[in-house]
Design a protein around this ligand. Structure first.
Ligand SMILES: Cc1cc2nc3c(=O)[nH]c(=O)nc-3n(C[C@H](O)[C@H](O)[C@H](O)COP(=O)(O)O)c2cc1C
Ligand code: SF4
Length: 421
């Protein structure tokens, strides 16, 4: 089987259990240790952004699980505004995600699975609930119970400690680690939390094995990956690609560029900008993107049209990201707001002296100083923009707003509290 893998048989409505079994077959019964070894051989890395090896995470939960019964959490919160792949999996392929969660519960010996879904995705919650109803049980040893929880939307509420904190206390804000959630997570029990796409891959590896998974993609990041492609392409949407395939072939699959593109954003609002000429011909894997200082993150790629104003786009997103911070750590409460304010001043042509030096310095200062990676991601997004769009930023600093500032935004900022400040 080449591609599609995850998206095989996908349609607009949720795939029924019968159809799911027709398309993929049933989950085979495999010994726990064998399944963990298979996942390790597969080299599957998390698809929620950090690309952490799944088998390493599960090994830690298995070790901690000798003392207390573990819990599995399915992270379907998807706070990144330019991503829709997790929502699509939950809404259209809930059985694939549940199969993956059941396999992981079996490996770590969990008796409980919590499926955390963004409260805005009512269809996702309903699809998972109906899928559970259809199945009766998950069909794995120990018959783990399953809870479906709606998590308040927000960029940081999908961070892993925020999800756990919400499950434990109803507060969707991140908390300081350690202890790691693999040691103490839900109810202070060892917790295996994974992104929904990661779990969907597990469901297929359980059926077809590690060698099959590795038939696609480079050695260090094998398999297929879901990408949400947005911006100036003719057919934006979710595409399943072989990891390491060319950006050009993804754009071809999206029916080509709708207009000339100035730059690409890789990895979403915690990601990096790359000039369109440098991005040409790049392969879509973290290894291939690293010379461009970019990663795929949670699989978001945005083609920014040359007709858009990058300064207004970046200033608006930076302001939104500052608002999205939980405001409980210094870097968010002070640093991100200062960066956003300075960018807004630059955009409006009211830049203070050495504004760019200040922004770069603050971006450095906020990095690695918060309880979660939110300031780091925002700093990456902003500093890469200052590099790629230096001419446009200089122009705005001198002359203020441009004609393109008025155009419809390319980068969406849901529930935005303030426009460009
Ligand atoms: C600010 C922030 C927001 C995050 N939001 C999400 C999210 O919406 N969904 C998600 O799966 N992971 C998100 N993550 C990553 C999670 O913390 C965690 O690493 C991931 O869910 C683990 O799953 P994986 O190993 O399968 O990738 C976020 C991380 C940060 C720092
Ligand atoms: S770094 Fe920001 S978003 Fe993360 S916990 Fe602290 S205040 Fe909240």
């Amino acid at each position: 089987m080449s591609l599609p893998r995850l998206l095989l048989g996908v349609a607009a409505e949720p795939m029924s259990l019968d159809r799911h079994l027709d398309v993929h077959g049933g989950l085979p019964r495999v010994r726990r240790q064998d399944m963990l070894a298979e996942l390790e051989r597969s080299g599957l890395r998390g698809r929620g952004g950090a690309s952490f090896p799944l088998a390493t995470k599960l090994g830690a939960v298995v070790a901690a699980g000798r003392r207390r019964r573990p819990v599995v959490v399915v992270n379907g919160t998807e706070g990144e505004p330019m991503s829709v792949k997790d929502r699509m999996l939950l809404e259209c392929l809930p059985h694939l995600v549940l199969d993956g969660a059941a396999c992981v519960a079996d490996i770590v010996g969990a008796d409980e699975i919590v499926v955390a879904v963004d409260e805005a995705s009512r269809q996702g919650t309903e699809a998972v609930r109906s899928a559970l109803h259809e199945r009766g049980d998950l069909g794995v040893r120990g018959g783990p119970s399953v809870r479906v929880l709606s998590v308040p939307g927000g960029y940081v509420s999908g961070q892993e400690t925020a999800v756990i904190n919400f499950i434990n206390t109803g507060d969707p804000r991140p908390v300081m680690q350690p202890p790691r959630i693999t040691d103490r997570g839900v109810g202070r029990r060892p917790t295996a939390l994974s992104n929904v796409e990661t779990l969907a891959h597990v469901a297929l590896i359980a059926r077809h094995g590690a060698d099959w998974f590795r038939e696609l993609g480079p050695r260090e990041s094998p398999g297929s990956v879901l990408v949400t492609l947005g911006g100036g392409v003719r057919a934006p949407g979710v595409y399943e690609i072989e990891t390491g395939s060319h950006l050009g072939s993804l754009i071809d699959a999206a029916e080509g560029l709708a207009e000339p593109v100035r730059a690409f954003l890789f990895g979403g609002y915690a990601g990096n900008w790359v000039d369109a000429t440098r991005a040409r011909g790049v392969r879509l894997s973290n290894g291939a993107l690293s010379p461009l200082r970019a990663t795929l993150g949670a699989g978001v790629i945005v083609a920014l049209p040359a007709s858009a104003c990058p300064v207004a786009e970046v200033a608006r997103v930076a302001s939104w990201m500052a608002d999205e911070g939980a405001g409980q750590c210094g870097p968010c409460a002070n640093g991100l707001n200062a960066i956003a304010d300075a960018l807004a001043e630059v955009c409006a042509g009211a830049a203070r002296r050495d504004a760019f030096g200040d922004i770069r310095r603050w971006a450095e200062l906020v990095t690695a100083r918060g309880a979660c990676g939110h300031p780091d991601g925002t700093a990456r997004f902003v500093t890469s923009a200052l590099g790629v769009f230096s001419a446009e930023f200089d122009d705005h600093a001198r002359h203020g707003l441009c004609d393109a500032c008025e155009r419809r935004p390319v980068l969406s900022c849901p529930r935005q509290r303030s426009a460009v400040r």
